[in-house]
Design a protein around this ligand. Structure first.
Ligand SMILES: NC(=O)C1=CN([C@@H]2O[C@H](COP(=O)(O)OP(=O)(O)OC[C@H]3O[C@@H](n4cnc5c(N)ncnc54)[C@H](OP(=O)(O)O)[C@@H]3O)[C@@H](O)[C@H]2O)C=CC1
Ligand SMILES: O=C(O)C(=O)Cc1ccc(O)cc1
Length: 439
């Protein structure tokens, strides 16, 4: 990267929320001298105040960014991408490169190709993590829709300061993979949260939700509910493939539950064994587990209960159903690790841990079939998984927001604490990333 390029090329970000600010700050810190941001015009004054001590230049709106910048990234809600690009896109500087950061790519690429002038290059991207995560070593998807080699190289140079791993995909490939890595994973955790709420529970007070991999369930669910609903709604509702997978997840949850309440042990075991064999059977002998150990998760607990009194077997219906869903759809989650988010990695980590630990898996099967005192929890989980699947399938952003916000409010007192634990957990699992094979 020549010094001259960093001094002269104008970089612009439309949408100064979590991701827009994260990008602007990183780019500016990496030495790009002309970084511009904007948000909605009525936030202009506030935004100027927020950036008064930085080298980042705040502009009044997307027209100002579009008219002057050589590289532009739209970092707005997926739901609004089409209308925002329709508005500012036609004003894009001749020969500029434009992309978006939304979590679902087909609608974004459709908007960019529809509304940008033909001389404008299109290269989109997607950092597979939230703004609070260290981007080094995390996947960064790059989509070359239409660009000369020279412009494409420039985008890679601009994005190189994140020190992420570039993953080159088409929009379609991206959406297919993220339906599995993100949308279904979120559906499982959203269902856990709403099931706890439906049962008036705080899971850190309940013995079978405490310790080891249970801490991952609780912290990740809290992390999702403390975040912005539109991020999850957008990537689930606007990605048509996500609907199929989320619906199958809910079906797997319900099917397993029906076998559980009839205590059909043989059938239940056979189904879990077949699914487990399909997903984990092909792992090499020297496969390094994603989590390394379940004990290291003990320190990430929101619970104050003493450890000895804590653990009680759980059915792990959410995990059994995930593997059943992958099997039914013949998906291979390990192949999708190239696009992993920290949450997907944690989710895969606990699923792998359960299925590769025969004693724990057997305990979970026995608990699922015969521990009647946890049936109310599993029953609510079934109902909530179905509810979330219906919400996504109906496609109403408003309906999704309502469901999400009701549960988010129930847990809100714990977010400051769970965010710290979640960050530490993600830092731990990211540190272990290089050690695991099969990726
Ligand atoms: N958060 C995450 O973990 C990740 C998010 N993403 C994706 O990145 C995108 C941004 O997410 P995130 O930053 O978290 O969301 P935010 O809600 O924090 O930021 C989006 C910003 O864009 C603004 N905006 C909306 N319309 C316009 C407009 N016409 N002109 C200028 N600004 C506008 C919004 O304003 P207002 O709030 O008033 O609507 C808001 O400030 C989303 O598509 C998301 O899916 C990708 C990776 C990770
Ligand atoms: O890790 C996850 O799945 C998250 O919840 C954070 C996140 C949200 C949206 C994205 O597009 C990428 C990452």
């Amino acid at each position: 990267m020549s010094l001259e390029e960093k001094e002269t090329i104008e970089l612009g970000i439309i949408g100064a929320g979590g991701m827009g600010r994260f990008y602007a700050q990183r780019l500016s810190k990496a030495g790009w001298k002309r970084v511009h941001v904007c948000d909605l015009p009525d936030k202009y004054e506030k935004l100027k105040e927020d950036f008064q001590d930085s080298a980042i230049n705040v502009l009044p709106d997307g027209f100002h960014v579009s008219r002057r910048c050589d590289w532009i990234m739209y970092a707005v809600e997926a739901e609004h991408i089409a209308s925002v690009v329709a508005k500012y896109g036609p004003a894009t500087k001749m020969g500029a490169i434009v992309g978006g950061q939304t979590s679902v790519k087909q609608p974004e690429i459709d908007a960019l190709t529809k509304y940008l002038p033909p001389d404008v290059h299109i290269v989109s991207c997607h950092s597979m993590h939230g703004p609070g995560v260290d981007p080094r070593g995390q996947p960064l998807v790059v989509i070359r829709q239409r660009a000369t080699d020279e412009k494409y190289d420039l985008v890679l140079k601009i994005l190189s300061c994140f020190e992420s791993n570039f993953v080159h995909l088409s929009a379609e490939e991206h959406d297919r993979i993220t339906a599995d890595t993100q949308a279904v994973t979120h559906a499982a955790f959203l269902s856990m949260g709403s099931a706890w709420k439906a049962n008036f529970q705080f899971p850190w007070l309940i013995p079978h939700f405490v310790g080891g991999i249970e801490n991952v369930k609780v912290n990740v669910a809290m992390r999702i509910y403390s975040n912005k609903w539109h991020v999850y709604a957008g990537l689930a509702i606007m990605n048509p493939i996500a609907k199929v997978q989320i619906a199958q997840y809910a079906r797997s949850v319900a099917d397993l539950f029906k076998l559980m309440i009839q205590e059909k042990e043989q059938e239940f075991k056979a189904r879990i064994k077949a699914a487990g064999e399909y997903v984990f059977g092909g792992l090499q002998k020297d496969h390094v587990p994603i989590l390394l150990s379940d004990d290291i998760l003990d320190e990430f607990s929101l619970s104050k209960m003493p450890k000895e009194q804590q653990r009680q077997p759980n059915s792990h219906l959410s995990l059994l159903a995930m593997v059943d869903c992958w099997y039914t759809l013949r998906l291979s989650p390990y192949e999708h690790m190239v696009c992993q988010t920290p949450l997907f990695r944690l989710w895969m980590g606990i699923t792998e841990y359960l299925f590769r630990n025969p004693t724990m898996l057997e305990d979970s099967i026995q608990a699922a079939l015969y521990r009647k005192e946890i049936r109310p929890d599993d029953m609510e989980f079934v109902t909530c998984a179905r509810g979330w699947a219906e919400s996504v399938s109906l496609g109403s952003m408003e309906g999704y927001q309502k469901r999400f916000t009701e549960t988010a409010e129930y847990f809100e007192d714990r977010y400051s604490e769970s965010t710290i634990l979640g960050n530490n957990m993600i830092a731990m699992i990211s540190k272990n990333m290089g050690k695991a094979t099969n990726e």
